[in-house]
Structure formats: structure tokens, C-alpha cells
Design a protein around this ligand. Structure first.
Ligand SMILES: Cc1cc2nc3c(=O)[nH]c(=O)nc-3n(C[C@H](O)[C@H](O)[C@H](O)COP(=O)(O)OP(=O)(O)OC[C@H]3O[C@@H](n4cnc5c(N)ncnc54)[C@H](O)[C@@H]3O)c2cc1C
Length: 529
């Protein structure tokens, strides 16, 4: 029986998922000030890649007093860190392949996030829903969840079986037999905003963060013991050179490419797995994440409430190139709609899809790994590899959950390479004015205003704002444009903030993308082709 003790996880609905919970941690320096500074300083560390792993490393290093440069050639969090399920979890699925160590580490990381990053993370009650197809006896699943709880040192609520729960009305009656309730956590706002908060906390002279910036590490000067990095602003065209003692390649699925480009050899590489979610209108009574056992390959599908949406997915498809995973295709959508209709009581059609999320998991493997296994069978461990010849560290794997522990490991590896005495004092985090809010049609809670995001959050483009500073392009159909482009004027007003006289052409480009990529995909699904 489930205990009745109330807990914050009983009500996991996000208080206001669009707005970061506290306005205290904001940068004092503009993007231009970061740019000006990049060419002046000799940095201790240059982190390449501003996804969650690079961003949390940047935060860690700045707090340790290391002068740190972080560069992303796109927007911060524009890679896998904008495409996750936002679950802060101990890695229950990895138990099926016996990866006990990873589960223990992730469970500890989850609990630290709940304790120490409460404004970004909140506990949530998950329901694991066995299906007849899974073939696993209930006693076995219960014992497995009990073991999982033990691996988390019993810090979360003890799992229990429930015949009925709030979401019973949302799932197919046939084939399901109650649920096991257990406790994990969820990000409150979004994965992109979670990533961003590590970056906006620092400013020159401790930290310098540049988005939309091409970076080419030139040769390592052994005499000076410095890397020279050529930086080019992809938006303004300005360029400069920066110098750093050590480089950390934190580019996620692009790690192998950057290593190859810079002549770095490594005994590891990434295997790639594509993951796609459907964003559906959230149903009444949907309070917490549901995890459906799929009965094959140890796979599950999740149905996770997120603001006005519920995310259904993800797929798990081995791919052999990054390009194959950047966007969903019709086969992904057909699979997701079919499985949703097998498990949910609602009838999911193409017209019910509000948005799509597609990302690539970077799975750390040995260089000679032959891709002959289902991605879920691969360990989700992360690897920090320091080059023997040059001060260059490559980071493989890593999840949202555990990003701080990974950062601490990378810091250890850095300290073995450059003299820790060079580090200064922790300059603390910078503060900025209160967040200015604005409204967008169709979204209830107020959002950070475009002007505020431009001035305080490195927000440079229409897409940065619609996708990563807010959830507009995920929460409203047709990437925020709405059916019949009903939000066209509102988006034009946003575009004016970022693109000035070019706003109309930027909007036209955005609309064209939706019309040529998004609309045809859903039309293909609707037509059953
Ligand atoms: C479908 C899916 C669901 C997931 N769900 C969860 C979950 O629920 N919970 C969880 O904990 N984890 C989850 N994950 C895993 C998590 O999202 C990723 O592990 C994490 O976001 C990876 O972060 P990263 O910083 O390593 O990479 P990324 O976020 O991809 O960041 C890499 C950055 O490097 C930049 N870059 C690339 N090349 C260069 C270059 N040459 N120069 C400069 N910059 C460059 C890119 O622009 C990008 O911003 C999920 C992943 C996927 C795909």
C-alpha cells in the first residue's frame, strides 16, 4: 500500500514553467561586453560547447576562481540540451543492463539537485505502468523498484503499488494493471533555461561566455604553453583571438568532429541514438510523469506533463551520422502516434500534435566499438579523457542529471594539468535588475520579455527567444505561429527586438521553415503515407 505522507512530489505541476523561479541570478554584462573581453584575457580554461555539460563546467570553474571562456557556435543549449525529457532521475532503465554504478551515481546526483537546486528542480511522483506485453510479474517489478530505491540510499519515497491513481482515466484499460509509484524529480522550467542559468551567473573578469561564435583552436604554442583560438561572431562578423592554457571539448555529439578537426586522438568516441518526442495538449488530471513499459528491449515510453503540454516519447534509434538525428521524420512520428494510441485512452491524430522535439544522445564507447547493440544496452557512463600530449580534455556522454558531478570530475582532470595556484578567488555570481515580463497570445503565465532576454540573457535571434528563453515554439502549434499563422503579428513584434529593420525578412524565413519542414511532416502523417 502507498503511504499517505504528503510531500512536494505529490503536486509536481510546475508553478510557472516559463519564468525562472528567482530573478536573483542574472548577468551584469552584455553580450558585447563579453565579446570585448574575450580577446584581452589569457584564460585558464576554454570550454567549447555551451550545452548543459559545458555550462555547468563553466559555472564550476568560475566559482573556483579559474578565468574561463566558454564558446558555442550556435545558441547556448541549442544541441541535445533543448531536446531532453527534463527528467531528473536515477536511471531506472539502466538497471536492466546491470549498470548499477551509473544508477547509484545518478541517484545521488538527482538527490543533490533536489536538495541544492530547488529553484530549478522539484521532486515528482512517477508511475511505472507495466503492460501485459512486458511479461514481467508484478512482484519482480516491485522488487526491482525496491532495489532501485535502495541504490538511491532510501532518500526518496519508498515505491508502492497503486491500483488506481489520478491518471488512471487517461490510460487504456486493456493491457494495463495498475502502476508502481516511485519518486524522482523534474526540471521546473525547461532544459534550455536550466542550462542557461549556469552561464548567466558569471561575467568578466571571471567568466566570459559567447554564443553564436565560431571557434577554431589553432596550434598549441609549447613555448608559451597557450592555445590560440580564433573567434568569429556569426551574427556581427567581428573576429578576435583568445588565449587559453587548456581546452575542454564539451561539444556533446560533436566531440569526435572537433577532435578530428584539431588532430586530437582518443581511445573513445560517441555512438549516437536519436530521440524524438511528440508535444500533445496536456489532459485534465495529468499531474505526474507516466512511464509505460513497452515490453521489448527494456524500453519504456514516457508521458510527461510540461506546462500546457504532455510529452510522449522518446524514440531510441541508433543512427550513424549527426545529420540523421537533427530532425524528426515521418517514421518517428508514425511510431510515436501508434504507441500513444496503444497506451493512452485519447485518440492521438496528426492534428493533436502541438510540437516536436528531436535530439541525439551521445553514448560513450571505445573507439573500436562495433555498432551491433540496441542503444539502451549501452552504458550511460560519462568519460573524461585528457590528451597525453596537449592540454586538451574531451568529454563523452553525460546527462542533465549529474552535470555537476561531471563538472567536478573534469575540474579534477584540469587541476592535474594546470597549476591550481593560478586560480583566483570565487568572485561570486553577478546580479541584475528584476526580470521584465511580457505576454504572448495563447500562453497564460507571463514570459521574460524579449528586451530583457536580449539585454541579460545573451538572446540574439527570434529562434533563441521562441525556443530557448521561452517555450513559445514548443507550447504553441507550428512553432509558435499557431494555426493559420494567427500569432504572426506577435512574432513580428518579437523579431523587431532582435532583428530591427530585418524583422520582416527574419519572420518570413521562420515561416518558410515551418511551411517547408514542419507542416509537410504532419501532412504526411495525416494522410497516412
Ligand atoms: C531525447 C532525449 C531525452 C533525454 N532525456 C533526458 C532526461 O530526461 N534527463 C537527463 O538527465 N538527460 C536526458 N537526456 C540527455 C541530455 O539531454 C544530454 O545528455 C545533455 O543535454 C547533453 O549535453 P551536452 O552539453 O553534452 O551536449 P549539447 O547540449 O548537445 O551541447 C553541445 C553544444 O556544443 C556546441 N558545439 C558543437 N560543436 C561546436 C564547435 N565546433 N564549436 C563550438 N560549439 C560547438 C553545440 O552548438 C551545442 O550547444 C536526453 C537526451 C535526449 C536526446
Amino acid at each position: 500500500m502507498c503511504e499517505a505522507k504528503p510531500s512536494p512530489a505529490d503536486n509536481p505541476s510546475q508553478p510557472n514553467p516559463s519564468v525562472p523561479p528567482s530573478p536573483e541570478f542574472r548577468p551584469a554584462a552584455s553580450r558585447a561586453a563579453h565579446w570585448d573581453y574575450a580577446g584581452q584575457e589569457v584564460f585558464d580554461v576554454a570550454v567549447i560547447g555551451g550545452g548543459v555539460n559545458g555550462a555547468s563546467l563553466y559555472n564550476d570553474l568560475c566559482h573556483q576562481g579559474w578565468r574561463t571562456l566558454l564558446v558555442d557556435r550556435s545558441d547556448f543549449a541549442a544541441g541535445s540540451s533543448q531536446a531532453s525529457g527534463m527528467m531528473v532521475w536515477g536511471g531506472l532503465l539502466y538497471l536492466r543492463v546491470g549498470d548499477v554504478l551509473t544508477v547509484m551515481k545518478l541517484s545521488r546526483a538527482r538527490d543533490r539537485m533536489i536538495e541544492e537546486l530547488g529553484e530549478w528542480t522539484q521532486p515528482a511522483l512517477y508511475r511505472y505502468i507495466p503492460t501485459r506485453r512486458s511479461g514481467l510479474p508484478s512482484a519482480f517489478i516491485g522488487a526491482g523498484l525496491g532495489f532501485y530505491w535502495l541504490l538511491g540510499a532510501g532518500r526518496r519515497r519508498f515505491p508502492c503499488y497503486e491500483k488506481h491513481f489520478d491518471e488512471t482515466a487517461l490510460i487504456q484499460r486493456d493491457g494495463h494493471r495498475g502502476a508502481f509509484r516511485y519518486e524522482e524529480a523534474m526540471l521546473r522550467a525547461s532544459d534550455a533555461r536550466f542550462t542557461l542559468h549556469w552561464l548567466t551567473a558569471h561575467a568578466p573578469p571571471t567568466g566570459c561566455a559567447l554564443n553564436h561564435c565560431d571557434v577554431v583552436p589553432e596550434i598549441y604554442d609549447r613555448q608559451e604553453q597557450l592555445w590560440r583560438l580564433e573567434l568569429r561572431d556569426r551574427l556581427g562578423g567581428a573576429s578576435t583571438s583568445a588565449r587559453a592554457r587548456l581546452i575542454v571539448n564539451c561539444t556533446g555529439v560533436w566531440v569526435d568532429r572537433l577532435n578530428a578537426q584539431c588532430g586530437i586522438e582518443s581511445p573513445y568516441r560517441h555512438a549516437l541514438s536519436k530521440g524524438v518526442y511528440l508535444g500533445l495538449q496536456r489532459e485534465e488530471g495529468h499531474h505526474g510523469p507516466l512511464v509505460f513499459d513497452m515490453g521489448s528491449n527494456g524500453d519504456v515510453m514516457t508521458y510527461v506533463p510540461w506546462g500546457p503540454l504532455a510529452l510522449w516519447g522518446p524514440t531510441e534509434t541508433a543512427i550513424d551520422s549527426i545529420e540523421a538525428g537533427l530532425a524528426p521524420d515521418a517514421a518517428d512520428l508514425r511510431f510515436l502516434v501508434r504507441t500513444a494510441n496503444q497506451h493512452l485512452r485519447r485518440d492521438v491524430q496528426a492534428a493533436d500534435i502541438v510540437s516536436l522535439r528531436s535530439g541525439i544522445r551521445a553514448l560513450a564507447v571505445k573507439r573500436d566499438y562495433v555498432a551491433d547493440r540496441y542503444p539502451l544496452e549501452l552504458s550511460r557512463r560519462s568519460i573524461v579523457h585528457a590528451d597525453h600530449e596537449q592540454p586538451w580534455i574531451s568529454v563523452y556522454g553525460g546527462k542533465l542529471t549529474g552535470c555537476r558531478e561531471l563538472a567536478a570530475r573534469i575540474r579534477g582532470s584540469i587541476a592535474a594539468r594546470i597549476d591550481p595556484a593560478l586560480a583566483g578567488d570565487d568572485a561570486g555570481e553577478v546580479a541584475v535588475p528584476d526580470m521584465a515580463l511580457s505576454h504572448f497570445p495563447g500562453i497564460d503565465p507571463p514570459l521574460p520579455s524579449p528586451q530583457w532576454c536580449r539585454d541579460h540573457e545573451f538572446c540574439c535571434t527570434l529562434e533563441d527567444y521562441l525556443r530557448r528563453r521561452t517555450n513559445i515554439s514548443q507550447w504553441l502549434p507550428r512553432r509558435g505561429l499557431g494555426h493559420g499563422s494567427v500569432n504572426r503579428d506577435a512574432i513580428l513584434a518579437v523579431a523587431q527586438v532582435f532583428h530591427g529593420a530585418e524583422a520582416a525578412s527574419e519572420l518570413a524565413r521562420y515561416e518558410q521553415q515551418v511551411e517547408t519542414q514542419y507542416d509537410p511532416l504532419l501532412a504526411e502523417l495525416a494522410s497516412g503515407r
